[in-house]
Ligand binder design. Structure first.
Ligand SMILES: C[S@@+](CC[C@H](N)C(=O)[O-])C[C@H]1O[C@@H](n2cnc3c(N)ncnc32)[C@H](O)[C@@H]1O
Length: 343
């Protein structure tokens, strides 16, 4: 952050750039495009839930026009302040939202020249350059969700018709088949949207998340026995045979390769335990990384990774995870149980 950015941040009381940034819309957050700027004034209209397709199209066109105007405005400011980290980040996000991938790559590379350890720029530049990283950087994820914590619930439930917690709860209920899980863990619990859905299904529910601000929000619900800022794989690996139920609603989108998280989950489950989660569906083989910085997984890859970790697939179903640009985002919800004979 240069001196001018710092002055700007001091004045605003938060890290708000001078320029008005990305509307808090649709994919803004889930695409990894929100961040601290989510507090900035909204310049375009969210279009996620427009029921009428014509209205939805018009709203999207209006939004794209407003974003393009905003980008042009910020690029003019950037020309006068070429080393502004905040402006570069904001311009990169706008370019991504406008599908200007080549321009966004140039912007993120410029940001990396100035700040080689900029986690968001590194992650998105790698994807834009055609790489498929194995997972999202922990620092990037923590900062992204810290910045989004205050707006998460409203944006996800109001604008995006977010359903991942409900899908996970339904699949968990089926896997439990009338039993109550003694000790469940909500992996990447965020603000705790899953907790109320698990009412009556678990005796004790803990939660972990990389983002301290998301954990603070989850604590306000007073539905978790214990909450901790922690990384999923490391946390699970340190707790062998501890849990009856592991839950992950819209969290595996921050993991590309699933081997480590599946192996850690397998080891952390008691013998009759289940791991219930959603992924964004990828139509091809393996997994893919989107311009959003999030990952999507193919069903074949999911099954193969689960089996390799010693899991049997108890259920797997296609679901709509949320709306984006007026369309449902396809996902899979699945429940894994330990294979007979697995350690
Ligand atoms: C899209 S949010 C979903 C939050 C919550 N599960 C829900 O359904 O509302 C993804 C959450 O996963 C967390 N997360 C992503 N990768 C993580 C990791 N490796 N360890 C812990 N938390 C992680 C993020 O910080 C974020 O809060």
């Amino acid at each position: 952050m240069n001196r001018r950015d710092r002055r700007r941040q001091g004045k605003a009381g938060a890290a708000a750039p001078t320029a008005t940034v990305a509307p808090l819309s649709v994919s803004t957050m889930l695409m990894g495009l929100a961040g601290q700027d989510a507090a900035a004034p909204v310049v375009a209209t969210p279009v996620a839930l427009a029921a009428d397709p014509v209205q939805s199209l018009l709203a999207r066109e209006r939004q794209q026009r407003e974003l393009a105007e905003e980008l042009a405005r910020q690029q003019r400011t950037l020309a006068a302040e070429p080393d502004s980290e905040l402006l570069l980040r904001s311009v990169g996000r706008l370019q991504l939202r406008l599908e200007r991938r080549a321009d966004a790559l140039i912007t993120y590379r410029r940001l990396l020249q100035l700040k080689p350890d900029h986690a968001e720029a590194a992650h998105l530049a790698a994807i834009l350059a055609g790489a498929t990283p194995e997972k999202a950087d922990a620092d990037y994820v923590a900062k992204l969700f810290d910045a989004f914590a205050d707006n998460f619930d409203r944006t996800l439930t109001h604008w995006l018709d977010y359903r991942a917690p409900q899908h996970v709860a339904t699949a968990a209920r089926a896997a439990l088949a009338g039993r109550v899980a003694e000790h469940a863990l909500d992996l990447g619990c965020g603000t705790g949207l899953l907790a109320p859905e698990m009412n009556g299904l678990v005796r004790r529910l803990d939660g972990i998340d990389l983002s301290p601000r998301m954990i603070e929000k989850a604590a306000e619900r007073k539905l978790y026995h214990q909450l901790e800022v922690a990384e999923i794989v490391a946390y699970l690996a340190a707790r062998p045979a501890r849990f009856d139920l592991l839950l992950a609603a819209d969290v595996l989108a921050y993991f590309g390769r699933l081997d480590d998280v599946f192996a850690a989950a397998q080891a952390a489950l008691k013998p009759v335990g289940h791991f219930v989660a959603t992924v964004e569906a990828h139509s091809g083989d393996g997994f893919s990384a989107g311009k959003s910085g999030r990952f999507a997984h193919g069903e074949g890859y999911l099954r193969q990774a689960a089996q390799a970790a010693g899991f049997a697939v108890a259920s797997l179903q296609p679901v709509a995870l949320r709306m984006e640009d007026g369309k449902p985002v396809p996902g899979l919800v699945f429940a894994l149980g330990l294979q007979a004979g697995a350690d």
